[in-house]
Design a protein around this ligand. Structure first.
Ligand SMILES: C[S@@+](CC[C@H](N)C(=O)[O-])C[C@H]1O[C@@H](n2cnc3c(N)ncnc32)[C@H](O)[C@@H]1O
Length: 365
């Protein structure tokens, strides 16, 4: 099998990703004598052979999907032997290192091979990755995984201390990536490994002091375009927001003393009261009929833009007459003038700092 050539059906010896949910995946090599236990029950490997990638498969207590591995899925599921780089940093690294098929890349250290898989996917066919680590078991395991994943011919894994011994490569690299505790001590060796036409270098460091030292060394070694970035992912959840409108007194007819009880029975256009605030589909809760001063005073809003979506529900509510309106009375009592709309909300907890990426260019002398 190969991570960069998709095939249709699962065979013995393939690495597969068993998808049980976005936060729940497992990877294994298909071996017909084995069975895997999942939260949805047992999966017999022999039942997977011949099944199309992407299929939904029955487990003893539920179901799962079997996916073809990609470098992104591998990053999410690989066995951690070290800290690893994740897809947010990886995408930026591969983009700003200007990688393409045929490129020659030098990497230190290999670690768990998370970045290496992404590099290999991009530079094949025709390219080559020279990856270095001084840790014997990590080198052996990474080498074994690259072979299992169809990258054996495109990568050379070497056990070497690049700080003391350098890369032993001369004039071959288009790009160099460093994920080491003291990258500044490797810059001079990296310089030798670059093609005579030069190339791009990137160094990943968790601390800003490391960034300062490596930037200083890069400058002294005549690298140009030295720039440091921090990549942070910011996701948004679409939620239903229930915004209470302040009661500023009884100045409008809907809240006049004589008509107050009537007015609170009138539904307020453009809003529902989403007490559960669950972000779910609340269209059924929207009475959306009648007119209200609140709506008149509110300028064109996102809720208006939703009209296409809401229209059938509104008509349905009208057709059903007072039935649904009556069901809303309780909610309207609770919050007669709240305004409900959908919005993108950032989660309270966001993925934080991983490290800084310092890029530099070596131009021909
Ligand atoms: C954080 S890990 C790299 C993780 C890798 N980027 C990934 O995405 O899986 C750093 C690796 O550098 C290796 N290393 C540290 N100093 C080294 C040196 N002087 N020469 C070679 N490898 C070194 C460590 O053994 C470790 O495996």
């Amino acid at each position: 099998m190969s991570f960069d050539h998709y095939k249709k059906t699962i065979e013995e010896g393939d690495t597969v990703i068993l998808f049980l949910g976005f936060d729940n995946m497992i990877q294994f090599i298909v071996d017909k004598s084995r069975t895997h236990q999942t939260k949805y029950g047992a999966v017999k490997h022999k039942d997977l052979i011949g099944v199309r990638y992407g299929s939904k498969i029955q487990c003893s207590k539920g179901y799962a999907h079997v996916l073809h591995p990609t470098s992104e899925l591998w990053t999410q599921n690989l066995p951690h032997r070290t800290q690893i780089l994740y897809s947010t940093d990886i995408s930026f690294i591969t983009f700003l290192l200007d990688l393409k098929p045929g490129a020659v890349v030098v990497e230190a250290g290999t670690g768990s091979g998370s970045l290496s898989h992404a590099l290999l996917r991009i530079i094949t066919p025709g390219g080559h990755l020279h990856t270095f680590d001084f840790h014997e078991q990590r080198v052996q395991k990474a080498d074994q995984e690259f072979k299992e994943h169809g990258f054996g011919d495109s990568v050379t894994v070497s056990q070497r201390d690049v700080l003391t011994d350098g890369f032993g490569l001369d004039g071959i690299a288009d790009a160099i990536f460093l994920d080491l505790p003291a990258p500044w001590d490797v810059v001079q060796h990296a310089k030798k490994a670059f093609k005579r036409l030069g190339g791009r270098l990137c160094s990943f460091s968790p601390c800003i002091e490391q960034v300062q030292r490596v930037s200083d060394t890069l400058h002294k070694q005549h690298f140009s375009e030295i720039q440091t970035y921090e990549c942070l992912t910011r996701s948004f959840d679409v939620r239903t927001i229930n915004m209470p409108m302040p009661d500023l007194g009884c100045s409008t007819d809907s809240y006049s003393s004589s008509s107050h009880s009537d007015s609170i029975h009138k539904p307020v256009i453009g809003q529902t009261v989403d007490d559960d605030d669950d972000g779910g589909d609340d269209t059924k809760k929207k009475p959306n009929t009648g007119k209200s001063p609140l709506r008149k005073d509110t300028s064109h809003s996102e809720a208006d833009d939703d009209d296409d979506e809401d229209e059938p529900t509104t008509k349905q509510a009208r057709n059903e007459g007072n039935k649904e309106v009556m069901m809303k009375k309780t909610s309207l009592h609770k919050s007669p003038s709240s305004y409900v709309f959908k919005s993108g909300i950032t989660p309270n907890l966001m993925t934080g700092h991983t490290g800084y990426l310092t890029f530099a260019t070596l131009f021909p002398e």
